[in-house]
Ligand binder design. Structure first.
Ligand SMILES: [Zn+2]
Length: 227
């Protein structure tokens, strides 16, 4: 068999015309390959969309195929929502829902608030439940505000430890209570999907302020109540 006859002939162009042809076809192939830049497909001014398209391309996908055509736009939108906590104003969330405690001194506990966050190491979701308790001093907060406060800190690139701490610090700053206790239990897809840990493993983090720091019995009461 004559293998030579199957060699492509256009590898070294012998004329300027051939070189130009080759350049055009390489250019066209590259344009096809990196497509996503067509103006009508992108929201003007959104820096994230071309990056997502570039990522799809780097993954060996064709960002121009039908199913992926709007993906950079959707990913950008989703990422902005999932990190909207960066630009949410705490005062706006609380919006005046802080009231006189009228002498109420016992623990206020909101249990098992759902949260959804993104781990800052892999930008993969972690999610679960968080319980928030505080011992009022002079002020209490509308109960529906507590899940919204959790969202403010969950909707960022996070580590669960920091999120737990930030929720405790926010309640502390808003109410100046005698103490705050927060416990979060999360399921981390970066562990489960990458096979680093057993799929069912969960992570629990806690944060305490004020009286909860020095009083073991109080901490135990909180932990028993959320069990
Ligand atoms: Zn991670």
């Amino acid at each position: 068999m004559n293998f030579d006859s199957k060699k492509p002939s256009a590898i070294s162009p012998s004329s300027a015309a051939e070189a130009a042809d080759l350049h055009r076809s390489v250019g066209a192939a590259a344009a096809l390959h990196f497509v996503p830049m067509e103006e009508d497909r992108l929201e003007p001014g959104d820096a994230m969309e071309p990056m997502v398209a570039g990522m799809l391309d780097a993954l060996g996908e064709d960002p121009a195929r039908e199913g992926l055509e709007r993906t950079p736009h959707r990913v950008s939108k989703a990422m902005r929502f999932l990190t909207s906590g960066y630009t949410t104003d705490l005062a706006e969330v609380v919006n005046g829902a802080v009231f006189d405690a009228e002498g109420y001194q016992e623990m206020v506990l909101v249990k098992e608030i759902e949260f959804y966050s993104l781990c800052e190491h892999h930008m993969l979701p972690f999610f679960g439940k968080v319980s928030v308790a505080y011992l009022p001093h002079k002020k209490i907060i509308g109960l529906s505000k507590i899940p919204r406060l959790v969202d403010v800190f969950a909707r960022r690139l996070q580590v669960q430890e920091r999120m737990t701490q930030q929720v405790a610090e926010a309640i502390d700053a808003i109410l100046a209570p005698r103490g705050v206790a927060v416990s979060a239990t999360g399921f981390h897809l970066c562990m489960a999907m990458r096979g680093v840990e057993k799929q069912a493993s969960q992570t629990t983090t806690t944060a305490f302020t004020g009286l909860f720091l020095g009083d073991k019995d109080l901490r135990r009461e909180f932990l028993v109540q959320i069990r």
